[in-house]
Ligand binder design. Structure first.
Ligand code: AKB
Length: 311
């Protein structure tokens, strides 16, 4: 797994190790220091996705048959450095796909709600619809979806993926996304009983709790290929909410919690160009997708787990 030290990778490695055996899941990171859990539970390798040789060496050494490619830059940091975002998100994916072609590996690559843009229908966003994103992150996500489809059709590489919404977790914080407020808010609610939100009220976005995100990544790779009409960009969602909805849910547990707003125009513009809520019926029909957490159950669990952690 590339990007194994990131927000999702750090938890997906552990979930896969539990499922497949510790020695069978190779965590690969680049610049971020791996956690003790990651290092102590199984093999760790350093991979620079800009260099296909380092990917190929690890694949050969460990006889890898499936690559989870999670190394990527998120939307807000990508917008601050579009050239680097193209390099990391596109050239990294291209190198992984080439190695997968050579060594006959299956590939999971996440796309995102960021693959949509302002001309996409914003409510019940269909699986197959207009994709004209206005961010470099979105451009790399659409191009990545198409490139993965191409490698499947042209070379028979078993590429699969989902369009993840904002992912919320109490383990590793996200870095540089537009949906990060929905993680920060829980930390600040516990630490300070208040939070200043960088998106404005009424900004609805799709979101998902980490256990469901992990389940989506595992289930799509284990799905019966004969049932898949789509492959690389399944809409998946668990809930859609605006900042005031999550604040109200937190107030159910922390009555004194206060939220105000200091809108970041860059991240607001990105959020405004993304769907309010996606239609994920294709994933439900083709591989039985279904989330377990909603806003209420996620909030209860987040506050419980984070309170223990921050103590
Ligand atoms: C981001 O905000 O950039 C990510 C995403 C929705 O892809 N969390």
């Amino acid at each position: 797994m590339t990007g194994a030290c990131g927000q999702i990778g750090s938890e997906l490695v552990l979930a896969l190790r539990e499922r497949c055996g510790n020695e069978h899941v190779i965590a690969a990171g680049h610049k971020t220091k791996p956690s003790e859990d990651l290092l102590n539970s199984g093999p760790f390798e350093s991979i620079d996705c800009a260099d296909s040789n380092t990917i190929g060496e690890v694949v050969r050494k460990h006889k890898v048959n499936t690559i989870y490619h999670l190394a990527a830059m998120l939307s807000a940091v990508a917008e601050a450095n579009p050239q680097q975002a193209w390099d990391v998100n596109m050239n990294g994916l291209y190198n992984v796909l080439e190695v997968a072609r050579e060594y006959d590996c299956a590939v999971f690559t996440p796309s995102s709600i960021g693959a949509f843009g302002p001309t996409t229908p914003q409510d019940s966003t269909p699986q197959d619809t207009i994709q004209r994103p206005t961010t470099i992150y979105g451009v790399t996500k659409v191009a990545g979806e198409l490139l993965c489809d191409y490698y499947y059709r042209k070379f028979g590489v078993d590429t699969r993926g989902v369009r993840w919404p904002g992912i919320i977790s109490h383990v590793t914080p996200p870095g540089g996304g537009t949906t990060d407020y929905a993680v920060e808010i829980y930390y600040e609610a516990i630490r300070q009983c208040r939070y200043t939100c960088f998106l404005k009220a009424g900004t609805y976005l799709d979101m998902m709790y980490m256990p469901d995100a992990l389940k989506a990544a595992i289930d799509i790779m284990e799905a019966d290929a004969n049932r898949l009409k789509h492959r690389n960009a399944f809409n998946v969602t668990a809930m859609s909410f605006a900042p005031e909805n999550i604040a109200n849910e937190i107030k159910e547990h922390i009555p004194g919690f206060v939220m105000d707003y200091d809108v970041d125009p860059v991240r607001q513009a990105i959020a405004d160009s993304w769907p309010n809520c996606m239609d994920d019926s294709a994933a439900r029909e083709e591989w039985g997708w279904g989330p377990q957490y909603n806003l209420a159950s996620m909030t209860q669990d987040m506050l419980e787990k984070l309170s223990q952690k921050l103590q």
